[in-house]
Design a protein around this ligand. Structure first.
Ligand code: AMP
Ligand code: GLY
Length: 452
C-alpha cells in the first residue's frame, strides 16, 4: 500500500511528507470484544495490519491468546471494558457479539471520547427486537414474510387457531439463537408460544412474540459495512444452520459456512443491496438513527427473489470466518473508515479463491454441553497451507487446549475451487479429535454440486 492511499483512508489531518511521522500515527492499540470463531478471525486479520501495534481481546479463547493479549472481562461488562480501554489507551475497540451492542457499549465509549467499531444502542434494536425490525421492513417495503406481533398469549393462540401450521414463532428479543421455532404442526407452534409467553423460557425476550408465515427456499446471508451513508457490500455467504447432514436436526448458531456464493448469479447481490441493505439504512436515518457498523441480512431466496428472515447488527458467526479469510484489504483501515465515515474511500479487495469453514462442536451441542475434553491434533495443523483453525469454545489448561463451550473450532480452508477448499478443510478436520466431537460432513454441498 502506498502512502498516498493511506492519506485518502485517514483524511488529510495526517498529511505529512515524512513517512516516519505517518507510520507513528498509524500504530494503534486495538481491543476486540468477544470469544468466538468470529473474534478469532477478526484478531487474525487485524494482526496482519501494519497499523496494529498491540492487540487485546476480551475475553478471547486459547487460539486468540496466541495472537492477542487476552483480558478476562466478559462482553456484557461494559463499564469494566470502558475502564480497561481507557487505562490501556486503546485507540480502537472492535465489538464482535450483539449483546454489548444492545447494552449500549458504543454509546458509552463514544461519550467517553473513545473510538469504537459497532452500532449504537438505537441501531442495535434491528437485532435486539424482531418486532422493531419487522415493522421497519413493513414501513419501508423491504421484502419479508407477513407477520403479526403479540403481547398477549390468548390472542396469539387465537390467531394460531385461525392460521394453523406451518408457521414460524419468534421471540422478540435476544434469545442466544434459540428464540425461533419453525413449527410444522399446530401443537409445535402452541408449545413454542406457551414456552415463550407463559413459561418465559427466554425471560423478557419472549414476552412479545411474532408469528410469521413460513417461507420455502434457500437461505443466504449478506453482510455490509455501513458508515452512516456508504454501504460497502461484503461477499455473499451461506451458513448451514441445522446440526446434521442434509439440513436435518435442530437449528444451531451455524455448523459451517462458505463464501462466495455464486450459484444464484451475479444480479442477486445488487438486488439485495438495492432492495434490502440501502433501504434499511435509509429507513433508520429517517428515524434519526445513524447506522455505523456491520449490517447482516439473513435471507431466504424464494423464487429467485431475496426475502429477509432477520437482521443482525454484527458479523455472522461462522460466516465471518470464510469471509475474513478471503478479505485481502487492510481490516484495521477498513474498520476505522467505518468509524470515521470514510468508507467511500475504501476499495473492496478479495481473494478470488473459495473459502469453506467447517465448525466442530462439543458433545451435547446445541443443548447443554460437556466441557474440559482435551483437543488433540492442533499442532499438526500449523504446517497446513491455506488452512486457518479459528477457535471458539476453547481454553488453555497447562500445555493442553480443552473444550469450553458448544462450538469449539472453525476449520477454514481456501481453495482454487470449491471442491478443493472443501477437500482441504476436511483433510484438516481429520487431524483433530476429542471425545464427543461432532461436525457436518456436507458443508458447502450446494456450491460443490454447482461446481461439478
Ligand atoms: P432468524 O433468527 O429469524 O433468522 O431465524 C432462524 C432460522 O429460522 C432461520 O435461519 C431460518 O432457518 C428459520 N426461519 C426464520 N424465519 C423463517 C420463515 N419466515 N420461514 C422459514 N424459516 C424461517
Ligand atoms: N450464523 C448466523 C448468525 O451469526 O447469526
Amino acid at each position: 500500500m502506498n502512502v498516498g492511499w493511506r492519506w485518502c483512508l485517514r483524511g488529510f489531518a495526517i498529511l505529512d511528507t515524512n513517512a516516519n511521522a505517518i507510520n507513528k500515527e498509524l500504530i494503534m492499540r486495538v481491543l476486540v470484544i468477544g470469544s468466538g470463531g468470529r473474534e478469532h478471525a477478526l484478531v487474525w486479520k487485524l494482526s496482519q495490519s501494519s497499523g496494529v501495534d498491540r492487540l487485546y481481546c476480551a475475553p478471547g479463547n486459547a487460539g486468540i491468546g496466541e495472537t492477542a493479549q487476552t483480558v478476562d472481562i466478559p462482553p456484557d461488562k461494559v463499564s469494566h471494558l470502558l475502564q480497561f480501554a481507557k487505562s490501556e489507551k486503546v485507540d480502537l475497540t472492535v465489538v464482535g457479539p450483539e449483546l454489548p451492542l444492545t447494552l449500549g457499549i458504543v454509546d458509552r465509549f463514544e461519550k467517553a471520547g473513545l473510538k469504537i467499531f459497532g452500532v449504537n444502542s438505537q441501531a442495535a434494536q434491528l437485532e435486539g427486537s424482531k418486532a422493531f425490525a419487522k415493522r421497519l421492513m413493513q414501513e419501508s417495503r423491504i421484502p419479508t414474510a407477513p407477520f403479526v406481533v403479540f403481547n398477549d398469549m390468548k390472542q396469539a393462540l387465537r390467531y394460531l387457531d385461525l392460521k394453523g401450521a406451518p408457521c414460524v414463532i419468534k421471540a422478540d428479543g435476544l434469545a442466544a439463537g434459540k428464540g425461533v421455532t419453525v413449527a410444522q404442526t399446530r401443537e409445535e407452534a402452541e408449545k413454542a408460544i406457551v414456552e415463550a409467553m407463559k413459561e418465559e423460557i427466554f425471560g423478557d425476550a419472549g414476552k412479545t412474540i411474532i408469528i410469521e408465515e413460513c417461507l420455502q427456499g434457500e437461505e443466504l446471508s449478506m453482510m455490509a459495512l455501513v458508515d452512516g451513508n456508504t454501504v460497502f457490500p461484503l461477499a455473499l455467504c451461506q451458513d448451514h444452520k441445522a446440526l446434521q447432514d442434509g439440513d436435518r436436526g435442530p437449528n444451531t448458531g451455524g455448523m459451517g459456512a462458505y463464501s462466495p456464493v455464486t450459484h444464484f448469479g451475479g444480479e442477486l447481490e445488487s438486488e439485495i443491496v438495492d432492495t434490502v441493505l440501502r433501504p434499511v439504512v435509509r429507513a433508520l436515518r429517517k428515524r434519526g438513527i445513524a447506522y455505523r457498523g456491520v449490517l447482516y441480512a439473513g435471507l431466504m431466496v424464494c423464487g429467485g427473489r431475496p426475502t429477509v428472515l432477520e437482521f443482525n447488527v454484527r458479523f455472522g458467526d461462522p460466516e465471518a470466518q470464510p469471509l475474513l479469510a478471503r478479505y485481502t484489504g487492510d481490516l484495521l483501515l477498513t474498520l476505522e473508515a467505518v468509524v470515521d465515515q470514510r468508507l467511500a474511500c475504501i476499495e473492496s479487495q478479495w481473494d478470488s479463491r473459495a473459502a469453506v469453514c467447517v465448525v466442530l462442536t462439543a458433545s451435547g451441542y446445541p443443548g447443554s454441553v460437556r466441557s474440559g475434553d482435551i483437543i488433540q491434533g492442533l499442532d499438526s495443523l500449523k504446517a497446513f497451507k491455506d488452512v486457518m483453525v479459528f477457535h471458539a469454545g476453547t481454553e488453555r489448561k497447562g500445555d493442553q487446549v480443552v473444550t469450553k463451550g458448544g462450538r469449539v473450532l472453525g476449520v477454514t480452508a481456501l481453495g482454487e475451487t470449491f471442491p478443493k477448499a472443501v477437500e482441504r478443510a476436511y483433510e484438516a478436520v481429520g487431524k483433530i479429535r476429542w471425545e464427543g466431537m461432532h461436525y457436518r460432513k456436507d458443508i458447502g454441498h450446494r456450491a460443490v454440486r454447482k461446481a461439478a
